[in-house]
Design a protein around this ligand. Structure first.
Ligand SMILES: [Zn+2]
Length: 1039
């Protein structure tokens, strides 16, 4: 069967080979992207349009043609719940059996994700975009990938879509008369956000009724409430066909193995018989005309706080095949917005009285590109001024021309960034292959045009000023546009809550008590079906690959001082450079064209009065004027930003490392390999030679302050923020000092001070820097091709000086060292926070966990958590499956020393907690037990997660440093941890349950924060009181 596949295109991008195959028998296409690293990524993409294409339409006239039912999205979700009634499944299997041997007699709920874990993956995943649906999997090593791929594709093409799957995954009404279901919950959390409201308005303005781009692919709640399961099934028949499916596989896999693994898939497809011809979605559909007129529309979105709104300007871009224009616009957009000196930032953001906190272009490759320019956090009184200001800036450029020197720098940097992305992300090549499968030529002759951007970057590098002005005029100034103004409205929030309450009340009444009881039974029935166990032999017959077969990326570590521990070529090379570096430096060698230079700064010594300044400090760090210490000469900040951009590929800084270690700050800079010394020089200048300019600080502080209201509308974020406020010492912890709860009080004071007595703020910033940059507080990491740097240490001595500092290196601080009293002894503390801007609820339940990465219970606790919250595990089935939540997870965070259970988007966080608690109690008491297969699956999934940390060369180098320096464990830690995970026994799980997990669910040992829509606040807090939790009710502004 592998013979069915012919190569339709082979290309090479910067050394990465891409090969496309298509089956002459079934039309299935496969793209292989050759990529180094231990992870194999699969993206299985289908073009999905929110309307049946005309061929199918004629056969299905009873279906509504165009709509916001969200068929692509509801289908994507249902696919995850396929085959929940196994009589039907077995029938389906036997039918298949009678015509051809089925590759996968495995249609039972939980099977796919259970098997995926055994393939060394973390289950499967999927997303729905406006124009496609993609099913994804990533495995550690290729063996598991090849095992699972045919089964996965079989699930996609030939699922059994049952009423039960529809009921739990899409929409249902529970016994309380509330609408639930996974998709429903998800859209409830999304539909009335500022972004969604503005985006739907845009779609309605830009596209006519016969265009699929006009509709909400996710499904509007009002439509979901009346959507029928049959419509989704029909959608599957119309779109989920082999000739509309493209498998993109990125990673180390042999072509022959890949195609051989598809043999059973091909057989199965052929056994199903021929399909009617299909019109290609999007490509063969009626094309939307360009907008006839320019419009300006205002919409409101729910928000308690009415200070900040949003503005978006929308245009059509070039057709998808006009690659040169697309590239040109991309550069133009970068030129306009990429840094503090880019004209839009300079004139609209980086000013005393800003129009917005950020301005960014978001361009989507559709059949004709969509360009959106988003202005975020716009002060309400300025909402109307944004558009005229923006166009006055463009007109001025059109008249005066571009700064061609900066333009050249932007293009050069974009090229470097592209090369960097090729090293650091699988998606860099996989994504354009996916877009090509939607819009490219069927014969693949244009694949290279979609994938290879480097060539067009060289072309636009030769554009003259007039050409750029032509692009600016044609696509932005003269083109018709749709401007959408999003206005915050407390009234909208109140009305939304009121309307929803009324609707539910009416729904309850019209259903009646009897019907409601019946609905609750129905839900229980479906839930019970979810619990039918999968026969163990299905799992036992699916082998778990040997971890030893996974080829990891090799990192060779050396240190700045001779160190016997590192007996390798890198250390020898370092030792041969005799420069004496008075700092701690770790060199992590990888084969890269770039070097990444990082300073890790310990913040333990900061007094409480200075700590809240950290955000202003890091936000301003790369955009301050520089003073030459020798001459005293000042370089203005605009010049600094420009020069810095010329010498670096990227730079970042801020508090925290890899979402952990929040008591550390990181200053990072990435350059080409050849600019190693320049990179170090910049790091030195930005760390020591900047001048804290009061005007700059005010701009930065204002921006930070203006960003707060939009964060305060985010229920999930606020549940974490409020929990952090409970857990950490408000004076010693960065998390607490920098949380928006403290910053919303601190920033206005700073701004006031900057107006009246700026020198006090400047003094504070200087003190802060003096403490942070003491040699004892600095750990340095260099990652890159160390062996190709002639004198890797000398460059540091030249810039960072050679003087010895007598104070010993400060220890790496853990967040667990800055707990509050309530964090030290969780229990009896908690809030229900009223958030009128949201429609669902979120929760964080937190107890103490292990605080040492070598804690003997850590592996068992991790396996236990994975057993519970794995895809298709108990939480998934009983919480998500019953519509109680969109997501729920357990998190073991050793660095912070907390163990948490988080509820993400739930119609009722109390009900979700009660369900979860019951699950935990049942496992704790031994009433429920994990099977051998569940335990194996959880372990395999953890293997994947550990290997994934080292997916790319730069990930691997970062992990080497985190382990050896921050976590203070050996370079072999991950490998040893894999062994510890393998050794976990059921008795270990019980121990971890009793010692740790059960405490998250007990009022005496856990703290709780629930953020909730106003309508549910009272029920939730009273409900928690009944089960022993004393939760205070607060409004979001009282926190
Ligand atoms: Zn979804």
């Amino acid at each position: 069967m592998a013979a069915n596949f012919v190569i339709t295109k082979e290309i090479s991008v910067n050394g990465n080979k891409i090969t496309k195959f298509r089956s002459s028998k079934t039309g299935l296409s496969v793209v292989h992207v050759d990529n180094e690293g231990p992870i194999v990524n699969g993206y299985f993409a289908l073009a999905t349009e929110c309307m049946p294409s005309s061929v199918q339409l004629s056969q299905q006239t009873r279906l509504k043609a165009f709509d916001d039912d969200g068929c692509p999205h509801t289908l994507e979700h249902q696919m995850r719940a396929i085959g929940r009634e196994h009589e039907i499944l077995d029938k389906e299997y036997h039918e298949a059996e009678s015509t051809a041997p089925s590759p996968t007699p495995l249609f039972r709920h939980g099977v796919l994700d259970g098997l995926a874990n055994r393939a060394l993956a973390n289950g499967t995943n999927a997303w729905t975009d406006v124009d496609h649906t993609a099913y994804t999997i990533a495995t550690a090593g290729s063996e598991g990938f090849l095992n699972i791929m045919p089964i996965y594709i079989d699930h996609i093409l030939y699922p059994t879509m049952t009423e039960a799957a529809y009921y739990t995954e899409v929409h249902n009404i529970n016994g309380d008369g509330e609408n639930a279901g996974v998709v429903y919950c998800e859209m409830q959390g999304r539909e009335n956000s500022a972004d969604s409201i503005m985006d739907l308005k845009r779609q309605r303005i830009m596209y006519p009724e016969n265009s699929g781009y006009r509709y909400e692919t996710g499904g509007l709640m009002s439509c979901l409430r009346s959507l029928e399961a049959e419509k989704i099934r029909q959608y599957h028949r119309d779109y989920y066909r082999p000739d509309n499916l493209c498998l993109i596989v990125s990673g180390r896999v042999e072509h022959s193995d890949l195609l051989k693994a598809l043999d059973p898939v091909e057989k199965r497809i052929i056994s199903k018989g021929p399909l009617p011809p299909m019109k290609r979605p999007w490509v063969d559909s009626p094309q939307a005309p360009l907008m006839k007129e320019t419009t300006n529309t205002t919409v409101t979105f729910p928000s308690e706080d009415e200070d900040m709104g949003e503005v978006a300007i929308n245009w059509f871009g070039p057709p998808v095949t006009d690659f040169l224009s697309f590239q040109a616009l991309d550069i133009l957009e970068t030129y306009l917005t990429d840094s503090a000196v880019a004209v839009l930032k300079k004139e609209m953001v980086e000013i005393e009285d800003p129009y917005c906190t950020s301005v960014d272009f978001i361009t989507q490759q559709r059949i004709r590109a969509e360009i959106r320019l988003a202005f975020e956090s716009v002060p309400t009184e300025k909402l109307e001024e944004v558009e005229p200001k923006f166009f006055s800036i463009l007109e001025k450029i059109a008249k005066d021309g571009f700064d061609m020197e900066r333009m050249a720098a932007v293009i050069k940097r974009e090229k470097l960034k592209l090369l960097d992305r090729l090293e650091t992300s699988h998606m860099t090549l996989a994504w354009p292959c996916l877009i090509h499968s939607l819009y490219g030529k069927k014969d693949d002759s244009d694949l290279a045009d979609f994938v290879d951007d480097i060539h067009n970057l060289d072309v636009v590098a030769n554009f003259d000023n007039a050409t750029w002005v032509t692009y600016l005029r044609e696509y932005f100034i003269d083109a018709k546009r749709a401007t959408i103004i999003g206005k915050p409205s407390a009234e909208h929030a109140a009305k939304q809550a009121e309307d929803e309450e009324k609707r539910i009340e009416e729904q309850r009444k019209s259903l009646g008590e009897e019907k409601l009881q019946q609905l609750e039974k129905e839900l229980e029935k479906h839930r019970a079906q979810n619990d039918i166990p999968v026969p163990a032999e299905i799992f036992d017959n699916f082998p778990i690959p040997d971890v030893k077969g996974i080829e990891m990326i090799k990192v060779i570590t050396g240190r700045g001082q001779p160190d016997a521990k590192f007996n390798n070529e890198v250390q020898k090379h370092l030792d041969s450079d005799h420069a004496e570096v008075p700092y701690f430096i770790e060199f992590d060698h990888i084969k890269s064209e770039f070097v990444e230079l990082s300073l890790f700064l310990t913040t333990s010594d900061l007094p409480a009065r200075l700590r809240p300044y950290l955000d202003i400090y890091f936000d301003s760090l790369y955009s301050l004027p520089l003073i030459d210490p020798a001459t005293g000469k000042e370089t203005p900040f605009e010049t600094v930003v420009k020069l810095l951009d010329q010498d670096t590929v990227s730079h970042e800084c801020g508090v925290g490392v890899s979402a952990m270690f929040r008591q550390l700050a990181l200053v990072l800079l990435k350059t080409e390999r050849a600019k190693y010394a320049e990179g170090i020089a910049w790091l030195k200048k930005m760390t020591w030679d900047t001048r804290f300019d009061a005007d700059r600080l005010k701009v930065i502080a204002t921006k930070l302050l203006n960003d707060i209201p939009s964060q305060k509308r985010d229920g999930s974020r606020m549940s974490r923020v409020c929990m952090d406020a409970i857990s950490y010492d408000g004076e010693k912890s960065n998390i607490s000092s920098l949380s928006i709860l403290q910053q919303s009080k601190f920033l206005p004071e700073v701004i006031k001070k900057l107006e009246k007595e700026p020198e006090t703020v400047v003094k504070a910033m200087n003190e802060l820097r003096e403490i942070l940059t003491r040699p004892a507080n600095i750990h340095i990491q260099v990652q890159g091709d160390i062996l190709r740097q002639d004198q890797p240490k000398t460059a540091w001595v030249k810039n960072f000086g050679g003087k010895k500092d007598s104070s010993p290196l400060a220890p790496i601080p853990f967040s667990s060292q800055v707990w509050s009293e309530a964090g030290k002894a969780p229990g009896k503390k908690g809030y229900v926070v009223n958030m009128p801007s949201i429609e669902s609820s979120f929760a964080a339940h937190v107890a103490r966990g292990p605080t040492d990465f070598l804690d003997p219970d850590y592996a068992a606790l991790l396996v236990l958590s994975e057993c519970l919250d794995t895809l298709e595990g108990p939480f998934w089935k009983q919480l998500r499956g019953s519509g109680a939540v969109y997501g729920a997870n357990l998190r073991v965070d050793v660095e912070s020393g907390f163990l948490s259970f988080n509820i993400y988007r739930s119609p009722d966080a109390l009900r979700a907690f009660n369900l979860a608690n019951q699950i935990i109690q049942d496992y704790a008491s031994g009433k429920s037990k994990f099977t051998k297969q569940e335990l194996e699956g959880a372990k395999a999934s953890i293997v994947y997660r550990i290997v994934r940390k080292e997916e790319t060369i730069s990930d691997a180098a970062t992990e080497a440093f985190i382990n050896q320096v921050l976590k203070k464990v050996s370079a072999e830690y991950n490998k040893e941890f894999l062994e510890r995970v393998q050794a976990v026994t059921p008795a270990d799980l019980q121990h971890a349950m009793d010692k740790y997990l059960i405490k998250v669910f007990s009022p005496d040992t856990s703290n709780v924060v629930v953020t909730s829509a106003s309508t549910k606040v009272k029920d939730i807090s009273e409900g928690f009181k009944k089960i022993g939790f004393q939760l205070e009710t607060k409004n979001i502004d009282e926190m």
